[in-house]
Design a protein around this ligand. Structure first.
Ligand code: ZN
Length: 197
């Protein structure tokens, strides 16, 4: 990215000779190949690695499109500043696309709640259970780029149907919140979690 910007600025100061139609044709082929590959990976995939691959191919296709457009405009008009300006626009676009990927990777490294999970929704699902008095130590974190884990301590007002309670709560969290690895610890008693362990 830095190299593209440096190159573009130096070209703005010292315009290079205009490239021929062959460059436009080669870049045109690049648009088709990179565009088709990017479409194969698909946009908005959950897995960070697949999204990284998509962004890479989409960026390559974008660079090729910029080369084609800049080349044609330069040859038709003779405006040599078009090439470096197009380079700067592409550099900005790639930086913007990469930002989201960087944020997700940082979130995962910091064990933050993944963007795909709505923590408030999880709390609603737990609190909605009739026998749940309170809950604490709720943790949600990514264990891979597409799997999320949850642990929680819930305090119940009864010993009744404990296995069924665990099954139902885990199924609700899995289905309604998209969390795949769930660990629930059940506790009893009347205190409200002030001296919880
Ligand atoms: Zn506890």
């Amino acid at each position: 990215m830095v190299l593209i910007v440096v190159e573009a600025v130096s070209k703005l100061q010292h315009p290079a000779p205009v490239a021929g139609w062959s460059v436009v044709l080669i870049a045109g082929a690049g648009v088709v190949v990179n565009g088709a590959t990017a479409l194969m990976f698909g946009r908005g995939h959950k897995d960070l690695n697949v999204r990284g691959a998509f962004l890479h191919m989409a960026a390559d296709a974008g660079v090729s499109v910029a080369v084609v457009v800049a080349g044609i405009v330069m040859m038709v008009t003779g405006w040599r500043w078009v090439d470096p300006v197009a380079s700067l626009i592409v550099a900005g676009a790639v930086l913007g696309l990469t930002w989201g990927l960087l944020r997700d990777a940082t979130n995962m490294a910091l064990a933050a709640v993944p963007r795909s999970v709505n923590a408030e929704r999880v709390e609603e699902v737990i609190a909605r259970c009739p026998s749940v008095v309170s809950y604490h130590d709720l943790h949600i974190w990514a264990i891979s780029t597409s799997d999320t884990a949850l642990t929680v301590h819930v305090r119940r007002n009864t010993h009744e149907h404990n296995d069924a309670f665990l099954d139902e709560l885990a199924a609700s969290i899995r289905e309604q919140c998209g969390i795949t690895h769930i660990t629930i610890q059940v506790e009893y008693g009347n205190n409200d979690g002030d001296n919880a362990y």
